[in-house]
Every structure is written in structure tokens, then in C-alpha cells.
Design a binder for this molecule. Sequence first.
Ligand SMILES: O=P(O)(O)OC[C@H]1O[C@H](OP(=O)(O)OP(=O)(O)O)[C@H](O)[C@@H]1O
Ligand SMILES: NC(=O)CC[C@H](N)C(=O)O
Ligand SMILES: [Mg+2]
Length: 527
Amino acid sequence: MCGILGLMLADPKGHACPELYEGLYSLQHRGQDAAGIVTAGKRGRFYQCKGNGMVSDVFSQPQLRNLVGRMGVAHVRYPTAGSCANSEAQPFYVNSPYGLVLAHNGNIINGEELKHFLDVEAHRHVNTGSDSELLLNIFANELQRLDKFRLAEDDIFEALRGVYDRVNGGYACVAMIAGFGILGFRDPNGIRPLVIGERDTPFGKDYMFASESVVFNQFGYRKFRDVAPGECIFIRQANREDMLDGNTGPQMFCKQIVPCKRFTPDIFEYVYFARPDSVIDGLSVYQSRLNMGKTLAQTIIDRFGPDYKSKIDAVIPVPDSARTSALQLAQSADLPYVEAFIKNRYIGRTFIMPGQQIRRKSVRRKLNVQPQEFNGKNVLLVDDSIVRGTTSKEIVQMARESGARNVYLASCAPMITHPHIYGIDLADCKDLVAYGKTEEEVAAVIKADGVIYQKLEDLIASCSTDKLKNFEVGLFTGVYTTGASSEYLVHLERLRVANQRARRNSFAEDEERDVPEDVAMINVSSD
Ligand SMILES: O=P(O)(O)OC[C@H]1O[C@H](OP(=O)(O)OP(=O)(O)O)[C@H](O)[C@@H]1O
Ligand SMILES: NC(=O)CC[C@H](N)C(=O)O
Ligand SMILES: [Mg+2]
């Protein structure tokens, strides 16, 4: 679950960079490993700054000033394929044809096949282990095949048809074509989210693509909608004919490239990935989390029986993501809600940090207790999900150290027993605390007096609307929207184990230990 942005300003003298940079801060929760911005200047030249680190680490003011031009794309990365090397920071660039840049959120599940095709048939050089670079090269190859001196909108749509034919997985992408425009497209199942917003200006409309609608609020993009599964939206810079017609602003073209296969957005966006103030596929993430709290309250009442109030003295959220649901749970069950874990606002999300040791340490650095809220009490801790159990083990222990009598843990998500192939970097399903276990066994591992999970049907009901009925829920069931062969799952596991080893050794690829990783065009980040 990376975060992506694309921006085209109507003002020909405008600069997209400041808004892209600010926008990345609103998507920082989607990826903390790397960040990047590429803009296109007036003469079609690209300017880039990217590298490993948080948004605040990667960009300096002088570097940002060098990112000129009214259109650009940007990315924050949480690696799910390839490695954590600097050179895999996005957006990616290829010079041929036309000059292309792409930023991708998702995971491609037929990467090996694509790599073979690009090598043997398309003869395109791929420089990293990133699936996003494969995707960009597939797009480039499809454009190349059209063999046009200058592109028209329909050529882009035609090329994308080829991309949809070849690429399998979950993907939401924004791309930029030098001197021409920006585009956004989404996989045919709508697994990964993408929204487009527009804003009126004296020069025409500004257009912005974003992983989450939260970005639009801060910049005044009042009108926005989801990119449909299988749809591409292309925003073209005004050309000579437009100008002659008096249209100086960018022009928007929408095309359903392939029919929507099965509309199955990733339910984990609602559980954890997204910010509560975003709206994804028409459903407010905040509302879905309130719903989860309500249904989970009922499961808890059923579990503890009619005298549940005598068994639970306080409902305590595990900051940050569980807050909304926990508050609703407490209200629905008429139990006191207590903010007894205090979060250090300067520590990022621990789950998406690379490496188990740093994750474990960070839970303690991130969360601290108000001991009087635990002392002598029976507490119900509420988290949005229990994945590896890193957070749960620590917080249960912290509650006990503060004198809690009984410590129960409730999860807004059901038991996570399978890999999340489109968004979570998990090497092995044995790393999942619930893998092959019952609720009682999970409770024993995390040393809680009881663990209560949301039922899958309740989670689905919490996220369902008139238009949203089906979801990608493979991490709970092992059945994935796009299918996933056992070979792919083994491949993914091997890749991620290798990455974990590389991270431990703090370099990306054994044989390239002494080699500067970044082979890139004007890389302002290393200037
Ligand atoms: O069982 P685990 O492997 O620990 O993973 C689950 C935990 O990780 C996430 O928190 P995180 O700190 O990443 O983000 P948050 O501040 O948004 O809750 C999630 O909200 C759970 O608390
Ligand atoms: N989390 C993501 O969306 C990751 C995108 C891509 N698979 C990468 O690893 O860079
Ligand atoms: Mg959390």
C-alpha cells in the first residue's frame, strides 16, 4: 500500500511541486520507506528527487525548488516486491518512447512472466527488482508498438489495453508523458484505490490524482470521484488547437479500457491502510470503522454474556488506527472509553516499518501508558487488526505491568491467517500470530485473558453499501480475487525472506554491496 499522486495545473506558469510535496505528507501513512517526486518542465524535461526515507527526510527546500513545471507525479513507498534499495524508490522513468514516468500502488502477481516477456520479446532493460518498473516497461512497450511520431489520447488508451491484457494483480497507477499529460488507471477489480479531483482556476481546471481523497480537502479540490476499475483517465496539456479555441486549461479524457471484472476493493484499506477522513469507492473510511465498532460490540456482548458490564471496566483503544472503532464500540456497549495509551506523535506506523526488531522496539517508543487507568481494572483493549502480534504482545504486557486485573483484546478484523498478496510485506504466513491457531491459542501467545475477533460477515457488512458488496478478503480466507498460484506464493515468500536478510545486513543486494545503487536521470536527491 504505497501512496501515489499526479497533478496537472491549468496555469502554464504554475509549479506542481509544492502541492505534490504537501500532498505526500497526507499520504505518509501509506509508506514510510521511500518518497519521490518527478515533474515535467516546459520543454518536456523531467526533474526528479527521490530516495529512501520519510517525506521530511528525502526533500530539502533547494531540491524542491529545482522541481519545476506544472505537472508531476509523486510516491511514498512501502515495499511489497523487489527490495528496499534506494534505486527502487518511485516514480520510475524510461526515456523511450516519448519519456515516461510512473508511480504504482499495488502488487503484480505475474512479475516473472512479465520479466521474461520484456527480456525475450520486447528486449527492454529492467534495472531493478521492482514490479512497478516492469509495469512501466510493459506500458512503454505497448506505446512503442503503436509506432507513432506524436501521440493522441486514443493511442494511450490503446496501449493500456495491452497493459491490462498482460498484467495481473492489484494496481493503481499514475503516469506522465513528457510534453503531453498525466494519466491514472486502476486494475479491473478495483483492488487498489485511486481518486481524481478537480478545482476551478482562472486558467481552466486543475486536476489531481490521489490514492486517498484526504489530499483533496487541504487543496480545495471540491469535486472528486473514484477512477473506476479498468478505467483510464488522461489529462492532456492544452495544445495549439485548444489554445486557438480559447481553451488554455488541461483537457480530461475518460475511457473504460476493459470491463470491470469483479469489483472487489481491498477491505484492509478500511480496516487499517487508509486515513479515516478519506472516502474510498464512495464509502467513508470513518463510517466503516464506526460500523466495525458497532458490530464488534455485539460480538463482545454475546461472548461475555448479559452481565458483561461487570467483566469489563474500560474500553481502551490502541492508537492510532483503532480509535474510531473503539469509541463506537464503547458507546454501543455502554462501557467507559478511556484513552490510556498515549501515542508519541513523532513515531510513525510500526507495522509498516522494515524488520521485526525495529517494529518491536517502536511499539514501546510509540505507546506509553496512563497507569491509573489500568490499575486493578478489567480492560478491553481494541485494535483494528492483529497481524504478527507485535503490538498486541507489547500492549498486553504494558497493561499488566500497570496493574490490570484481566486484559482482553478485541480486533476489528477477523483472524489474519493468510498472506496479503496485494499490500502487506509479509515473508511467511507462519509470521502471522493467528496462523494455524484458535482464538484461545492466540490469547495464550500474546498472554491475554481472552481475544475476540470480528466475524468476517460483520466486517463485510460494515463496509458494504448499495454499490460495494464484494471485497478482496484473501488475508482472511486464502482465496484471492486474481487467483494466486502456489508457485507465486512460494516465490513471494522467498523474495521477502531475501529482503529481510538484506535489510538486516543493511544493503540491498549481496553482490552490489559497494556499488552506488541509484542509476537515474537528474536525481536531485543525491546532488
Ligand atoms: O499485530 P501487528 O503485527 O503488530 O500489526 C497490527 C498493528 O499494527 C498497526 O499499527 P501501526 O502502529 O502500524 O499504525 P497505527 O498507528 O495507524 O495504528 C495496526 O493498527 C495494529 O495496531
Ligand atoms: N505498497 C505498494 O504499493 C508497493 C508498490 C510496489 N510493489 C513496490 O514494492 O514498490
Ligand atoms: Mg495500530
